[in-house]
Design a protein around this ligand. Structure first.
Ligand code: ADP
Ligand code: ZN
Ligand code: ZN
Length: 793
């Protein structure tokens, strides 16, 4: 409403605003709410809330598309992104009833057109609300409305201030003033100053006294990338791959490559040399890696080749660093960006190449909220930006192999290792024919080590030759089950359909009530003491069954590091989440391994990826083949990938290596195929099988999961969902059935699977069906989620 006391100039200004309003200028805002729509808002009544508003500028700028605005939404105040300017409201709400924007937070768009397009694509493809897609894309501080240049606040002493101007008895103030003085006329960034021990409160005090000022230093334009080290001479296959990628880059067109190279074949060298051309053209390169544990090592490799501004993006960063990284990518300051999954959603000023390393890796699929697959998003972004995308792997996923067959990916093969290194041959040990080695405990009792004599012999031989051994066991803890021998009781998680894992460091600790001795659920982290008697029958005959990495280490210790039984003593290095929890523990482990002395490494899948252990010449898999028997149809694929990755750790130095697989099912056809013919023919056979069964990638899947307090309610909601499927839909509908672990964390899960011959069909049904399903009466108190291209069920 017009105040009676407006000044004339403000009055004129107001007329302008009215004129503008009469053009029906409204904005549509995407808000972080679980609703599949955007919201209309009018312009703010308070003119100063508009961007670029200044009293002598009569042309009022609308908040830009892609900028942040603060709005009222119900009783909440939310921050959203402007996605459109419109002339008329979509809704039937009369214009004067539309709420105005409270505040514009950015004078300019913070999301460029391509990132907005990406958001729209993600929303469509994954059937996820646009506002929530944007909430996933934006770093927390951006979502909270913080200014983007918040971070590069600098402080300096005002030019005219001398020591004479600052005479004080306040010692601390003087000390802080002197600290800043050391930085000279330009001062330093707040980050740096705080690190040096300056305190924010004092900076503020000195500012209030008119002695120092804060300012924003524009980031220097990055200098051009320089080669810090000469590239290696490529072998023929590497040359072909680099040439193909560089040609795609130069012709400015999208090409997806599958760089299919056996472990240790020099894929990274191909990335590096392809990158060189892209970086020299002044463009940015994004490298996605599966795991944060790998990033320091990977970073070192890229940093030693290029003198460039390298930015690391991973889930361990704090919010400030994340925003800084985001800004660096957006402004073009970052030249090489190495990141885990979510880096594929960052804004880039001028991206020229995307590399997805270990593209088959399961960690590229996000398993909650927006369930995207980073390799798929990478391909989309490459297509959008007209740049090459390289998916590198030794064990391509069946999806990617099918894309090669369809001509949608160009395959480049690397079939040899450079130099003398040869891929280690794989050999089976039939654990049914050989008894496993028995060991005698201090008290005389015998126990089973779970290792055949053949395996133990090979380990000893390797150690005596001065080499290292890697034993892979994908199960941490001491044992997966605690069993009562008298009545069959097992320690189960009260909140999940799962056994509790036994944790203690060795047998001697088993009945200690110590912090090292406990039962734990690996799904919900529930913990309990280890009972001394069976809670059901009172028997003391409780036994840890099966083997985790701790128990395996203990058994190996008894054989290879016990002065009573072994002449030479070899260190056993256990590598799993329990032993690498502390910050510096990886460092220590690396140092011990890199010292190069004979040792046995025992590890979970943490050791499978990327690591380079040059002295490992023997890799043992005592029971990795279990996955071939699992109910999940993807399990053989994933098991084989993991086995090949682990096997790839053998013989990476100058010495050749070998791989021993101890198995109870030596005539399993899939296992034999993998061992005899290698991963590719194994994968081809699986692909054929999937085709016959109509399973992905020969069909397209959407998995609907329903979570609630009872299984009955979740199943009923899914039944109701089936009932509202459009008639004549042509999809295969499987379920509802209980989810694989239907009770988890005291919540129940049921699921429903939709399979379609072609993708269009699936999306067509989902477009009409999914939103109504969310509003089904029976779904009211349940959590329904949709997973497009699920990786397992
Ligand atoms: P991948 O990424 O395929 O597992 P890497 O890139 O780690 O393989 O290469 C394995 C080893 O081979 C590295 O030590 C690397 O420096 C070396 N290498 C790669 N390409 C060449 C080459 N053309 N000539 C000599 N050594 C090479
Ligand atoms: Zn019992
Ligand atoms: Zn649990």
């Amino acid at each position: 409403m017009l105040s009676l006391f407006v000044s004339p100039s403000l009055f004129l200004f107001h007329i302008d605003l009215i004129k503008l309003r009469s053009l029906f200028m409204l904005v549509q805002v995407a808000l972080p709410v679980p609703l599949y729509r955007v919201f209309d808002y009018s312009l703010p009544s308070d003119i100063s809330a508009l961007p670029n508003a200044s009293p002598n500028n009569s042309s009022i700028q609308l908040p830009q598309i892609g900028s942040r605005v603060e709005v009222s939404f119900g009783r909440q105040t939310l921050i959203g992104i402007v996605v459109a300017h419109i002339a008329q409201a979509d809704t039937s709400v009369p214009l004067n009833k539309l709420k105005p924007i409270n505040k514009c937070l950015d004078a300019e768009s913070i999301l460029d057109n391509s990132l907005l397009k990406l958001a729209y694509w993600l929303a469509r493809y994954y059937h996820y609300p646009l506002g929530e897609v944007l909430a996933v894309i934006l770093p927390t501080l951006v979502r909270q409305g913080k200014p983007l240049d918040l971070l590069i606040t600098h402080w300096r002493i005002l030019p005219h201030i001398t020591d004479d101007d600052f005479r004080t008895n306040a010692k601390k103030q003087k000390q802080q003033f002197d600290m800043l003085k050391l930085h000279g006329q330009h001062g330093a960034s707040e980050d740096v100053l705080l690190l040096e021990g300056m305190e924010r409160a004092f900076l503020k005090t000195l500012e209030d006294k008119g002695l120092i000022e804060r300012y924003i230093q524009p980031k220097q334009a990055p200098t051009s990338v320089k080669l810090a080290k000469m590239p290696l001479d490529l072998n023929e296959e590497q040359q072909l791959a680099v040439a193909a990628i560089v040609a795609a880059h130069e012709s400015k067109c999208y090409t997806g490559f599958l760089l299919n190279g056996i472990t240790g074949s020099g894929k990274t060298e191909v990335y590096l040399q392809a990158m060189q051309a892209v970086l020299e053209a002044g463009k940015q390169v994004l490298i996605l890696v599966p795991e944060i544990g790998l990033t320091p090592q990977t970073r070192a490799r890229f940093a030693s080749r290029f003198a460039a501004h390298i930015v690391l993006l991973h889930s361990g960063m704090n919010n400030t660093h994340r925003l800084q990284g985001w800004q660096d990518c957006r402004t073009g300051h970052a030249q090489i960006i190495i990141g885990t999954r979510s880096a594929v959603l960052y804004p880039f000023a001028d991206l020229g190449l995307i590399v997805v390393d270990e593209a088959h890796d399961g960690s590229y699929k996000q398993q909650d909220t927006l369930r995207y697959h980073a390799a798929d998003v990478a391909l989309y972004r490459g297509f959008q930006a007209k740049i090459p995308v390289v998916l590198g792997t030794a064990t391509p996923s069946l999806e990617h192999l099918k894309l090669v067959d369809e001509g949608k990916l160009v395959e480049c093969q690397l079939s040899t290792r450079p130099g003398n290194a040869k891929p280690a041959p794989m050999q089976l040990i039939d654990a049914r024919l050989q008894s496993t080695h028995q060991q005698t405990q201090d008290d005389g009792a015998r126990y089973d080590t779970g290792l055949t004599d053949a395996l133990i012999g090979a380990i000893r031989q390797t150690l005596e030759a001065g080499d290292q051994v890697l034993i892979f066991l994908n199960r941490r803890g001491y044992a997966p089950v605690l069993l009562c021998e008298a009545c069959g009781w097992q320690a189960d998680c009260p909140r999940c359909d799962a056994h509790l894992t036994v944790h203690y460091n060795n047998q001697a600790q088993r009945s200690n009530y110590s912090s090292n001795s406990y039962l734990k659920c690996h799904h919900c982290d529930w913990q309990a003491y280890i009972p001394t008697v069976c809670p059901d029958c009172g028997s003391q005959n409780l036994d840890a069954k099966g083997m985790g990495t701790t128990r395996l280490s203990e058994n190996l210790h008894a054989i290879f590091a016990n002065p009573q039984t072994s002449k030479a003593l070899y260190p056993i290095i256990q590598i799993d989440r329990d032993t690498t929890r502390r910050k510096d523990s990886w460092e220590n482990i690396y140092q011990r391994i890199n010292a190069g002395n004979p040792a046995i490494l025992v590890g979970t899948q943490m050791v499978a990826k990327g690591h380079h252990f040059p002295n490992v010449t023997l890799v043992c898999l005592p029971n990795a083949d279990r996955g071939f028997l699992s109910a999940d149809f993807r399990s053989p694929e994933h098991t084989a990938q993991l086995m090949i990755q682990v096997a790839g750790r053998a013989g990476r130095g100058d010495k050749s290596g070998r791989v021993l697989i101890q198995t109870l099912q030596p005539d399993n056809a899939l296992l034999l195929k993998l061992v005899k013919d290698g991963y590719l023919s194994f994968a081809r056979e699986l692909l054929q099988e999937r085709k016959m069964m109509g399973l992905p990638p020969h069909s397209h899947a959407a998995l609907i999961r329903c979570e609630g307090k009872t299984l009955a309610a979740t199943t009923q909601a899914l039944k109701d969902a089936i009932a509202v499927l459009p008639t004549g839909h042509n999809l295969a509908v499987l379920g509802p059935i209980d989810a694989p672990m239907s009770k988890k964390n005291s919540r129940y899960h049921a699921q429903l699977l939709l399979l379609a011959k072609d993708r269009q069909q699936l999306h067509h049904v989902l477009n009409h069906w999914w939103q109504p399903v969310l509003t089904l009466p029976s779904a009211k108190y349940l959590k329904l989620t949709l997973d497009i291209d699920p990786v397992g069920w």
